[in-house]
Ligand binder design. Structure first.
Ligand code: R5P
Length: 301
């Protein structure tokens, strides 16, 4: 097996290769003055099982183009198969038409990956369990929830919280992992025109609220969802709020807002590379490299 990395999350790719007792295979990514990229696979891959690691968070478009070119380079160099590890799958929130005239962006990027030559996708905590159906190639959908459950066990008793109704399946699964820990949801409304969110009501058994709440979500982008959910929980009497989200997208000033918020600690994974400038004291990053390496090992012939 040969593991290649795009430029979006090399530290994770290195950890995955290390867990497989491999080194990353060489690849040149040359950037022309106009920003276009030239990819060259610098190792023989004829009849080899090849893996490409690339997260497609900010800048999503650039990371996707790079990924398509790496897949194409591998295919043209004779790779036997090409497993694409996309720990964070960009455009996954645009998986259907919300308003007339919109594009289904996820469908476009999925088919571009397949068209370039990807034969399998490994990804983490998708926004919706229906997303794998968009692909014609196999999709392995892994989850950070068991890892988060282990951390919550160490933190003690509390109530699990989904920050929106879209996360009910996730929170129920988490509750099962934690011996049926009680759960509730805060109800989020998002204005589709402005993107502005409001969270003013609770769903579920309010009487089960505890001093500590663990809010679980798939991703943090602007931080607004987590922060507003935390504010409502505080109004309802929760003292300690700890959040867990698989994907640290951290757009704009999310790190500063989270640091200043009522939230006591923010657990994320390394599915998206978080640069040093985006680190903040409340942040804790857990690695998913081991899960990805195990999945690759299990399917390797
Ligand atoms: C959306 O429903 C997702 O599950 C997340 O809650 C959302 O994308 C987080 O975005 P933000 O951090 O910008 O509120």
């Amino acid at each position: 097996m040969k593991v290649f990395s795009g430029s979006s999350n090399k530290p994770l790719a290195e950890k995955i290769a290390h867990a497989l007792n491999l080194k990353l295979s060489p690849l040149e990514i040359f950037i022309f003055p106009d920003g276009e990229r030239r990819i060259q696979i610098q190792e023989k891959v004829v009849d080899e099982e090849c893996v490409v690691v690339q997260s497609t968070a900010i800048p999503a478009d650039q990371n996707y183009m790079e990924l398509f070119f790496i897949i194409d380079g591998l295919k043209r160099s004779g790779a036997k198969d090409i497993t694409v590890v996309v720990p964070y799958l960009g455009y996954q929130r645009q998986d259907h038409i919300f308003r007339d005239g919109e594009a289904v962006s996820l469908d476009v990027v999925a088919h571009a990956m397949e068209g370039a030559g990807a034969t399998k996708v490994i990804t983490f905590d998708l926004h919706s369990i229906k997303i794998p159906e968009v692909f014609k190639i196999p999709v392995v959908h892994l989850s950070a929830l068991p890892m988060f459950a282990e951390e919550i066990e160490k933190l003690g008793d509390g109530i699990l919280t989904s920050p929106d109704m879209g996360g009910l399946r996730r929170i129920q699964k988490m509750s099962e992992l934690l011996d049926n820990m009680p759960w509730i949801a805060t109800v989020k409304d998002r204005d589709l025109e402005t993107g502005k969110i409001s969270i003013e009501t609770l769903h579920g058994e309010e009487h089960k609220i505890k001093k500590t709440a663990f809010i679980i979500d798939d991703m943090i982008s602007s931080g607004g969802t987590m922060i507003k959910s935390a504010e409502l929980l505080r109004k309802k009497g929760v003292e300690k709020i700890i959040v867990f989200a698989t994907h640290a997208i951290f757009s704009n000033d999310a790190p500063e807002l989270l640091q200043k918020s009522l939230i006591e600690k923010v657990y994320v994974t390394d599915s998206v590379f978080v640069s040093k400038e985006k680190h903040f004291p409340k942040l804790e990053i857990l690695s998913i490299a081991g899960e990805i390496a195990s999945s690759l090992k299990a399917s390797s012939q």
